[in-house]
Design a protein around this ligand. Structure first.
Ligand SMILES: C[S@@+](CC[C@H](N)C(=O)[O-])C[C@H]1O[C@@H](n2cnc3c(N)ncnc32)[C@H](O)[C@@H]1O
Length: 247
């Protein structure tokens, strides 16, 4: 399997912590000898990962920007990206899933993964086609969450949504014209939050497959929120309701 590039301290440290065996090699800025770098190198070496100090200009060239913070790793795909059934079987309690229908901006994907990790969502599900993949930019923006949140790519999203329904998972679609207010929706049971793409929102079939469409109330002059912000608002409402129920 082709190795993928991960860069930035959070992303590389997190990958080493969670699945060091997937890391093939790490390039570091030879000019950086600070504590953070020393710790990263020590962790990599303890895990048997080869670390190669190089000139920082070489890192700039490999990544194409200077946002690598002096560290780049090449690693295989995570075993976290596994089969949906296997994942659902392993969940203890009502699943909380985030479905992203065709997000095209890697910054948005990274931010969605980050908030999914923050809230403790069980997985992020994305369609294989017509959506940005989990590339180096998305992993960097995710700040390590690309290594912690199970990320599941499916070939037919509408079919996957129907399968989730068959497993008793409530599909809560989101749209600025959704007919139910976010704070009236019930997120305490098994549910998948379905988010639409940056421009068009959810595709027609996705929308039609949802059990309910919720809107986040908007009080200013813009019509909608950025998809990662909307994901955060909805996921944390789900978490709030679940915590209130447990209390
Ligand atoms: C930039 S919005 C797309 C707006 C698009 N006009 C639409 O019809 O959904 C991207 C996604 O963020 C979520 N979103 C943004 N604002 C929302 C709101 N006020 N209520 C519910 N979902 C929202 C939805 O999932 C939406 O598909």
């Amino acid at each position: 399997m082709k190795n993928k590039m991960i860069f930035g301290f959070h992303a590389v440290t997190s990958r080493l912590r969670h699945e060091a065996s997937s890391v093939e090699e790490i390039f570091i800025d030879a000019g950086r000898t600070d504590r953070r770098m020393q710790d990263l190198v020590a962790n990599a070496k303890a895990a048997g990962v080869r670390v190669m100090p190089v000139d920082s200009s070489r890192l700039d060239k490999i990544v194409g920007t200077r946002r690598h913070q002096g560290v780049i790793a090449f690693a295989s795909q995570l075993s976290l990206a596994r089969n949906l059934d296997e994942l659902l079987d392993a969940i203890d309690g009502p699943p909380l899933l985030l479905v992203l229908d065709g997000i095209t901006d890697p910054h948005n994907l990274g931010a969605c993964l980050r908030v999914a990790d923050g809230v403790g969502a069980h997985a992020v599900i994305v369609p294989k086609d017509r959506a940005v993949g989990l590339n180096a930019t998305a992993a960097k923006v995710a700040s390590g969450a690309a290594e912690t949140v199970p990320y599941i790519t499916v070939t037919n999203l509408a079919r996957t949504l129907r399968e989730l329904k068959d497993r008793g998972i409530w599909l809560i679609g989101t749209s600025d014209d959704g007919d139910k207010g976010l704070y009236e929706a019930d997120f305490t049971g098994p549910c998948a939050l379905v988010m639409g793409s940056e421009g068009e929102g959810m595709r027609r079939l996705t929308r039609e497959t949802c059990d309910v469409l919720v809107n986040i109330p908007m009080f200013g002059s813009v019509e909608s929120l950025n998809v990662s912000v909307a994901s955060g608002v909805c996921l944390y409402e789900a978490r709030r309701q679940r915590m209130a129920q447990e209390a």
